[in-house]
Design a protein around this ligand. Sequence first.
Ligand code: ZN
Ligand code: ZN
Length: 408
Amino acid sequence: MILFENATVLDGASEHALPNMHVLVAGDAIREVSDRPIASTAMRIDLRGKTLMPGLIDCHVHVVAALANLGANAMLPDAVVTLHTARLMNEMLMRGFTTVRDLGGATYGLKMAWDEGLMPGPRLSIAGKALSQTGGHCDFRGRHDTRPADFFAGRLGSLGRLVDGVDAVRRACREEIKAGADYIKIMANGGVASPTDPIAFVGFSEDEVRAAVEEARMAQTYVSAHLYTDEAIARAVRCGVRSLEHCNLITEATARAAAAAGAIACPTLVTYEALKNEGAALGLPPDSVAKIDDVRLAGLESLAKMDAAGLMMVYGTDLLGPMHRHQSEEFVIRGRVQPAMEVIRGATINAAIMLREEGRIGCIAPGALADLIVVDGDPLADLSLLTHQGAHLSAIMQGGRFVKNALV
Ligand code: ZN
Ligand code: ZN
């Protein structure tokens, strides 16, 4: 048992951080949280001057994206992808992310490896392969590349697979759920990192989207969609999609409709900054580089619109390859538009709602998993304390076990 004493607790559940709190961890869970000293024989750790937060949650990552060029990534041998994934996941954990949602690529096999303790990293919530139509955001075949459409389904390094038609979408959803997907991901708009789909392209017919939503509901889960343009977002909301990724070009009216429908948005602004600065040098093809500013420039405005519309937002990053090291900079980017507390909620309590793990992760409360980080200082005053690859995190605990501890 471990007793954290005199901590400032910050999890987004209250309006302000709570000073002088005492938190008792027993086994893999939080047993007690109190504003008065807790009598216990547990090992005591004094956190005076430090902030105790829940482990951070990134709701949009791709743990198999070892390379910025996703077509090339799909061609990597599975063994190489696996080892890159292990490295990327460990680096995420050391930045304080104890849970991540993978939006396409991660498999049940990776969850098994994590469960067995073979691969330190964040807990995974996975979509399996993202579903894309031919010519959509997971079709990495160039114009003259005539490999069969089923090529990508069997490769660990591919973020998605190609399916066309209502029946094929239903079958693919059922296959992904059977294979261990926690939810379904569809590519419902053009994308930056794919060669033949301009941003404005709308992905899948309305019938196909509705089929995916129905299949997900039948399996007691939800659909997440890759979306940029207002037209595509509005249609996704109408069809019952719950998790709206990116949303760079959303209007306030659509944001209001999304909020009314109970949808949640997952902006990923940092990836467009990183792609702009580093994408070309990292092998992003010219067709993709040309598309970055179509979405990058509208990014911050979209946050303000969604905030004004009362649309819940969660923390997402969507970084690829070596750009993963910018994962925590999304906090600082959002802090330019949103209050720091709202930014933090995106990676704590709101993220837990998105993952349907409310009360289990993303909070500091009795019964929650002991996924905790100790921040040197006050992130509400300075969100950049969460950046620098975990340099300002003096401890990281996952499931009651320290994975980093510079406190004692
Ligand atoms: Zn996307
Ligand atoms: Zn993504």
